[in-house]
Design a binder for this molecule. Structure first.
Ligand code: ADP
Length: 539
């Protein structure tokens, strides 16, 4: 604040010097060329005295710290000096009264609005008193005898009015100017802060950031970008983006029409030649200026080498864990029938059993062998299924065959009813045998889920892009805990189950690009929905 005032006081002194110089020059010219003032010598002395006063002011500037009072003092002195000048140059007839307006103006510019009015008042009093004294001839200045009392009064009135008007106008203007300056300074500092914040943000962000010109040459390259690529920004600034990220292909993604979008995610490797390859995940998008013109590209990237390695480790571990679990399940499934087979054979070897018992034991042995064979067949079907043979077929017909088989199975049970509700022909491209396998597995599960009887309803529906087949039963239902496991191989809740039925169904439906969902609650039955995409719809 004080600095600004000091600057203003300096300006005041400098302007005064210029002004006095002009005055002095013009005074000599006037004296020589046109007319002489009543007191030419005293006038020129006054101007010279003012000169010296100004030099003293300049000299005192470094010593005086109270700039405000100092400036006030100078302006008061100016008003007094100008009044003397007016007096010396003819009083009412002097040409120099206008200079007082400049002092009012400078009071406003250097000090404040109040000072403007104070100086206007001081100027009015001094000028008014002097002109009055001249009129009453108390001051020895001659004036044109044609001037009467009214002229004097009018002159004083005009001057006083001009002083106050100048105080008001210049006060208003300088306060506006001050406000605008303050606003500008604020905006300027806000802008500086914002740009500092932006720069800090870009520098400290842990992702690599770069911008390029339209030719792909690097403009901005932040700290993280240096760390990830191992290239300093000085070096990078001479390079094209494709030299740093050779995997950007085509060299630079084409600019989208219309300016929006154009975001492209690319994964690639850098530093392969130097032997420390890093996997980079890079998102690149066009850089557009405020007018919407494309001016380059902006990219943000991360080193995902560790992440990728971790991902691979996890996948590897998961694979082995799955294989381990599967092997344990197979071993468990095989061990049970093997144990009963072994028991039966041991008893047969002892040869103590009666003929009837021998027959029963042989039966058990054969049944367990069949069961073993069944498990292995099912497992092979699951693990190495034969390739599907796709043919156009009507799902309704496949379902009819399945229902026939199910009805035969359930015929011994009077407590089970099977109903169907089919929509018109459902032509799909599918493997007939495999689809039948799916429906049979679902149907058998439904029957097995209703030990105390119930209803199995099979319905089909077609929607715009797919076909749906629903097997709904009123059986024991599935607990929420088991729901997520029922499609796992070997997951079973049945004593005689293998836990492969749904796993096989799932694989087959996956092979047909379809989905299989289940909705169920314990004790409330279950509904399995098979969705097969309509291959003709996607063409
Ligand atoms: P499995 O029939 O040999 O047990 P699945 O893979 O066909 O093997 O079925 C796995 C498990 O899913 C079953 O043991 C059973 O708990 C459950 N499940 C399947 N379908 C149904 C159903 N309709 N109602 C109740 N539970 C079912």
């Amino acid at each position: 604040m004080n600095d600004i005032l000091l600057k203003k006081v300096k300006a005041l002194i400098s302007i005064r010097v210029v002004f006095i110089t002009l005055l002095l020059g013009s005074f000599f010219l006037l004296q020589v060329g046109y007319r002489s003032f009543p007191y030419p010598r005293a006038t020129s002395n006054l101007i010279v005295a003012l000169y010296f006063l100004t030099i003293i002011y300049a000299f005192l500037l470094d010593r005086i710290k109270a700039y405000f009072t100092f400036a006030y003092f100078q302006i008061f002195m100016d008003v007094a000096a100008i009044n003397v000048l007016i007096y010396l140059t003819g009083g009412i007839e002097s040409w120099f009264s206008f200079i007082m307006l400049l002092t009012v103006m400078s009071a406003n510019a250097v000090l404040n609005r109040k000072a403007g009015y104070v100086i206007a008042t001081f100027s009015s009093i001094l000028y008014g008193v002097m002109i009055d004294l001249q009129y009453y001839k108390l001051l020895p200045i001659k004036y044109d005898p044609a001037l009467n009392e009214k002229d004097f009064l009018y002159n004083i009135f005009v001057h006083i009015a001009a002083f106050y008007m100048m105080a008001f106008l210049s006060g208003y203007l300088s306060s506006r100017l001050e406000k605008t300056t303050r606003d500008l300074e604020q905006t300027d500092s806000d802008l500086k802060e914002l740009s500092l914040f932006n720069r800090e943000l870009i520098e400290n962000i842990p992702s690599g950031i770069f911008t390029t010109g339209i030719d792909g040459r690097i403009l901005i390259f932040n700290k993280a970008a240096e760390d990830i690529t191992g290239i300093t920004r000085e070096k990078a600034s001479n390079l094209k983006i494709t030299a740093i990220f050779p995997f950007i292909n085509p060299p630079i993604p084409p600019l989208p029409k219309g300016g929006e979008g154009g975001l492209e995610r690319i994964e690639g490797v850098i530093g392969q030649q130097t032997g420390d390859g890093r996997i980079i995940n890079l998102t690149i998008s066009p850089r557009v200026d405020v007018t919407g013109v494309k001016i380059g590209f902006i990219g943000i990237f991360q080193d995902i080498t560790r992440l990728k390695k971790m991902e691979m480790d996890i996948k590897h571990k998961e694979k082995w864990a799955a294989i381990g679990e599967l092997s344990a399940n197979i071993a468990h499934e095989i061990r049970n029938p093997l144990a009963s087979l072994k028991g039966a054979i041991e008893m047969l070897r002892e040869d103590r059993a009666a003929k009837e018992q021998k027959e029963r034991l042989t039966e058990i042995a054969l049944k367990e062998m069949d069961r073993l064979n069944g498990i292995i067949t099912d497992f092979l079907m699951y693990s190495t299924p034969r390739a599907a043979e796709f043919t156009a077929l009507d799902l309704n017909l496949v379902l009819d065959d399945t229902l026939e088989l199910l009805k035969n199975t359930a015929s011994a049970r009077k407590d089970i009813s099977i109903t169907k509700d089919f929509a018109g022909p459902l032509f799909v491209n599918a493997d007939r045998q495999k689809m039948q396998q799916v429906f049979l597995n679902l149907g058998m599960n439904a029957l097995e889920a209703m030990p105390d009887g119930g209803e199995l309803s099979v319905s089909t529906k077609r929607s715009s892009r797919s076909f749906e087949v629903v097997f709904k039963d009123t059986g024991i239902g599935i607990s929420q805990k088991n729901l997520e496991k029922i499609f796992y191989p070997f997951f079973t809740t049945k004593d005689e189950g293998t836990g492969l039925g749904l796993a096989i169904a799932y694989r087959i439906i996956e092979e047909h690009k379809g989905k299989i969902n289940v909705i169920s609650n314990l004790g409330e039955g279950a509904a399995f929905k098979v969705i097969i995409p309509d291959s003709s719809a996607s063409l």
